[in-house]
Design a protein around this ligand. Structure first.
Ligand code: ADP
Length: 492
């Protein structure tokens, strides 16, 4: 029996999943690790801990399937995006903690660049916006704060990489220094047209080119693990950032297909085909994947607070004991009774990108109950996703046909039905909920003919649940109008 091993390196845990030919999960390993908050707004990870927990998870996944490394046909890697590591190529030791995508320490610098009118120039080159979220300003900060990094760069011994790069470096015993296009497209350093590091951007952010990884395809013969690590060399044949991997795992292979992951936040991605679509609505143009030299692009919009709102109901408002309970509570009422919740706890993401907006609960009356609040919370998530979806339709010039859902909160039937009603299209929940890990496995498996073709994968996809819209377009319009009026009230 042979399997595909998917390494899913996330923000709060490292996971590994072993898939068989039927895309069935046969083994899982998972280790959480420490979040480091040195100052308000700063978020760091210990890169060595990331590697250790990832390797341990892989070994656990094998053990749980009573398998060994020799049963692994190929390794696929997917990872938290934008997070950046600097390390010494000789010793393999990180120069400092990794700066995580959530980290806001470079906000002022980004503001300064915006005042210098750099944003549209940068958007044209990278498809992204000027925000601390992306890697480049984090690299600049690390280079400035760590003289050792400058010295290493001068000696051509510095390595810079996103988490995929860091994992592959370690897996390959320091042999491979590569990143795939989907991860590179999140650094603010890659030109979306040439798919190469952009010298003008490297100059702006003072990033030494020699320290950057080679940009490779997302699927193919990319690298090989070292037998010192995995007892025998195993081909590493799939790499993609987590959201792109989820898009692949949802088999959104055709232009116009859209998935949304309902996790802590929500990530909506649309496959837009072989040409990038630059957004006029503050969405991101990004690489979906490149296979056999053919690049496909995506439009992406993210909502910062999705399932996290349900956590807040549980941990702060304490009107539920578990996330699961929100559904039965919300089911006690037929609507939110005029209550609206806008969860702008940390500003608003796409399509607003307003860091100064703050959350609000509106429309309270003496008759408002916990159930109304629960229902309004689920609606608040769905409204935000609908906002991004409509920006996506505008940017791409295509109408949504269906929405493919995954992530923890997609288990909530009321949320999914509300979403279908607001979008006016069916919402389909993937049968295999682990779409991120599955996407990396598919990318890896295709390259070693473990699976024959994308078509075969499409045929294997099925939904576990389907929610048909039960609304008319007048309804939808007036609901969205009401929502946007309320959003305007909480804007900075
Ligand atoms: P992440 O990968 O971002 O950690 P997950 O995909 O594991 O997130 O989903 C967890 C999130 O989903 C949590 O924020 C949780 O509050 C939310 N969640 C889990 N179950 C439900 C549910 N039944 N209804 C609504 N939200 C839920």
């Amino acid at each position: 029996m042979s399997y595909i091993l998917s390494l899913d390196q996330g923000t709060t845990s490292s996971r590994a999943i072993l898939f068989d030919k039927e895309s069935k999960i046969v083994g899982v390993g998972q280790h959480e690790f420490k979040q480091i908050f040195p100052q308000p707004g700063w978020v760091e990870h210990d890169a060595l801990v990331i590697w250790e927990t990832q390797l341990k998870s892989a070994e656990d996944a094998l053990a749980s399937a009573s398998a060994s490394w020799s049963d692994v046909a190929a390794i696929g890697i997917t990872n938290q995006r934008e997070t950046i590591v600097l390390w010494d190529k000789r010793s393999g030791k990180p120069v400092a903690n990794a700066i995580v995508w959530q980290d806001r320490r470079t906000a002022e610098y980004c503001d300064q660049l915006k005042q210098d009118d750099r944003e549209s120039w940068i958007q044209k080159k990278t498809g992204l916006l000027l925000d601390p979220y992306f890697s480049a300003t984090k690299i600049k900060w690390l280079m400035e704060e760590n003289p050792e990094a400058i010295e290493l760069a001068k000696a051509a011994q510095l390595a810079i990489g996103t988490i995929d790069t860091w994992l592959i470096w370690n897996l390959s015993g320091g042999k491979a220094h590569i990143t795939d296009v989907s991860n590179a497209s999140r650094t603010l350093l890659m030109n979306l047209e040439t798919l190469d590091w952009d010298q003008e951007l490297l100059d702006l952010f003072q990033v030494p080119r020699s320290a950057l990884a080679d940009i490779v395809d997302s699927s193919g013969s990319l690298a090989e693990s070292s037998s010192c690590v995995t007892t025998q060399p195993i081909p590493i044949t799939g790499i993609a950032g987590d959201q792109q991997a989820a898009l692949f795992g949802q088999v959104c292979f055709s232009s116009g297909m859209v998935k949304n992951t309902y996790g802590t936040g929500c990530f909506l991605l649309m496959n837009v085909g072989t040409e990038p679509v630059y957004s006029a609505n503050k969405l991101l143009a990004t690489v979906a994947w490149r296979i056999g030299g053919v690049t496909e692009y995506a439009l992406e919009g993210s909502v910062f607070i999705g399932g996290a709102l349900i956590q807040w109901l549980r941990d702060e408002l304490r009107i539920i004991d578990s996330a699961l309970e929100v559904e039965s509570l919300a089911a006690e009422v037929k609507d939110s009774g005029g209550v609206t919740i806008i969860p702008a706890f940390s500003g608003l993401g796409a399509p607003y990108w307003d860091p100064h907006a703050r959350g609000a609960i509106m429309g309270l009356t003496r008759g408002t109950s916990r159930a109304h609040i629960a229902r309004a919370a689920l609606e608040g998530i769905a409204f935000q996703v609908a906002d991004v979806a409509s920006a996506m339709e505008e940017d791409s010039g295509r109408k949504l046909e269906t929405l493919q859902a995954d992530g923890g909160a997609s288990a909530n039937g009321i949320l999914m039905q509300t979403q279908a009603d607001l979008l006016g299209v069916p919402v389909l929940c993937a049968r295999i909920a682990e779409t991120t890990a599955l996407g990396a496995a598919y990318l890896a498996g295709l390259a070693v003919s473990y699976w024959g073709s994308k078509k075969e994968l499409e045929e294997g996809w099925s939904e576990s649940r389907r929610f048909e819209p039960a609304s008319n377009s007048e309804d939808r319009k007036s609901k969205m109008l009401g929502w946007r009026k309320n959003v305007a009230r909480v804007r900075g």
